[in-house]
Design a protein around this ligand. Structure first.
Ligand code: NAD
Ligand code: ZN
Ligand code: ZN
Length: 366
């Protein structure tokens, strides 16, 4: 049976978002239909609206979701009606060489479930019956979503769905970049460029990993105040090039720097800032035409590393439970990341607040 659902739809780049009534079909083989409880508003959703992330329109936004399974398709054995789940926004086949070698965020098949479930035809249609694409195989900014079962991770029912949603992207992306991509060592120094939901999660991850100095950099004073609450030991208001200040504060440069904004220029700044032997990690997603550059000779002479991190280099079935256990122990702050909750009708306001930097994270609750 198909469901009617209110959904946040992008029809044209850089035009106001619409909250529409759509229909969501029953799951086919290997799929599940989820009733959403919450969906975080990630900058990547905004990037789909601006065209920085170029996905075909019209598009149901949302990938940082959590909800309750209502129906499963044929062949789905590990999920059943009533199960609480968090969305995992990268389709992982479990069989390709990247999946089997423990790097499923690089799954070779992920492109097949980028705007529809894996099978390739849409389950979502607008009021006129025209097909709608879904962001990153999720389309979680809707009361219902039908997705490939591989995009869903069963979670502990003790976790509130709004907190679980954040683990579906921002938190795992940030904490995973620290734990999995950079493997930040205790006692080290860390610089974090950009203190949105992702950057604040890097900060918390660095605190949990036992970093000694955690320096937060943002253009907004209010974000630096938030950063301190999540574990930043020092802050820099980004007005001019912060490299000099960072070198001074750390006696030569931070061991790790995380770019959590999406700019090649800032990636280059992060790389310049790190100490010899250091690691600069690019987490932010820049527009396709953007590029970055490093002084080539610093690569051999200073053994510096510039690397990327996608979805916190995570293995969702291992890392999601790890995030929830850190949360239940009180180490990982999830409630505190939610600055404001919105009804789905208020989605345009939620995006405006993301753009102005008002929130650590805004979350749409259903
Ligand atoms: N790699 C991944 O898997 C992945 C996953 C999720 C999000 N992202 C990307 O991470 C980035 C951050 O996402 P978010 O949801 O936290 O965004 P956000 O908009 O909530 O936060 C961005 C922060 O950067 C700050 N900022 C802007 N320009 C700056 C500058 N020049 N110097 C310092 N700070 C600056 C803003 O004030 C804001 O606080 C985006 O590019 C997003 O697309 C990547
Ligand atoms: Zn995201
Ligand atoms: Zn794979």
């Amino acid at each position: 049976m198909s469901r009617k659902a209110k959904a946040v739809v992008c029809r044209e780049n850089n035009k106001p978002l619409r909250v529409e009534e759509i229909s969501v079909d029953a799951p086919k083989r290997g799929e599940a239909l989820v009733r959403l409880g919450a969906c975080g508003v990630c900058h990547s959703d905004l990037s789909a609206v601006t065209g920085t992330i170029a996905l075909p329109l019209p598009l149901v936004l949302g990938h940082e979701g959590a909800g309750i399974v209502e129906e499963v398709g044929e062949g789905v054995t590990d999920l059943k009606s009533g199960d609480p789940v968090a969305f995992s926004f990268v389709y992982m086949c479990g069989k390709c060489r990247f999946c089997v070698s423990g790097r499923p965020v690089l799954c070779l098949e992920q492109g097949k479930a980028l705007t529809t479930p894996l099978e390739g035809t849409p389950r979502t249609h607008d009021a006129a019956g025209k097909p709608l694409n879904i962001f990153s195989g999720c389309g979680a900014m809707a009361e219902y979503a039908t997705v490939s079962a591989e995009n869903l991770i069963k979670i502990d029912p003790k976790i509130p769905l709004d907190c679980a949603a954040l683990v579906g992207c921002g938190v795992t992306t940030g904490v995973g970049a620290v734990f999995n991509t950079a493997k930040v060592a205790p006692g080290s120094s860390v610089a974090v460029f950009g203190c949105g939901g992702v950057g604040l999660s890097v900060i918390q991850g660095a605190r949990i990993a036992g970093a000694d100095k955690i320096i937060a950099i943002d253009t907004l004073e209010a974000k630096l105040e938030m950063a301190k609450k999540f574990g930043a030991t020092d802050v820099i208001l980004a007005r001019e090039d912060p490299v000099k200040a960072l070198k001074k504060m750390t006696g030569g440069g931070p061991d790790y720097a995380f770019e959590c904004v999406g700019s090649g220029e800032l990636a280059a700044t992060a790389y310049r800032a790190i100490v010899r032997g250091g690691v600069a990690v690019v987490v932010g997603v820049a527009k396709p035409s953007d590029s970055t550059s490093v002084r080539t000779m610093t690569l051999p002479f200073e053994e510096k590393t510039l690397k990327g991190s996608y979805f916190g280099s995570c293995v969702p079935r291992i890392d999601f439970p790890r995030m929830f256990s850190l949360y239940l122990k009180g180490d990982l702050k999830l409630e505190e990341l939610i600055t404001r909750r919105y009804r789905v009708d208020e989605a345009p306001q939620a995006f405006a607040d993301l753009e102005s930097g008002r929130n650590a994270r805004g979350v749409i609750v259903f």
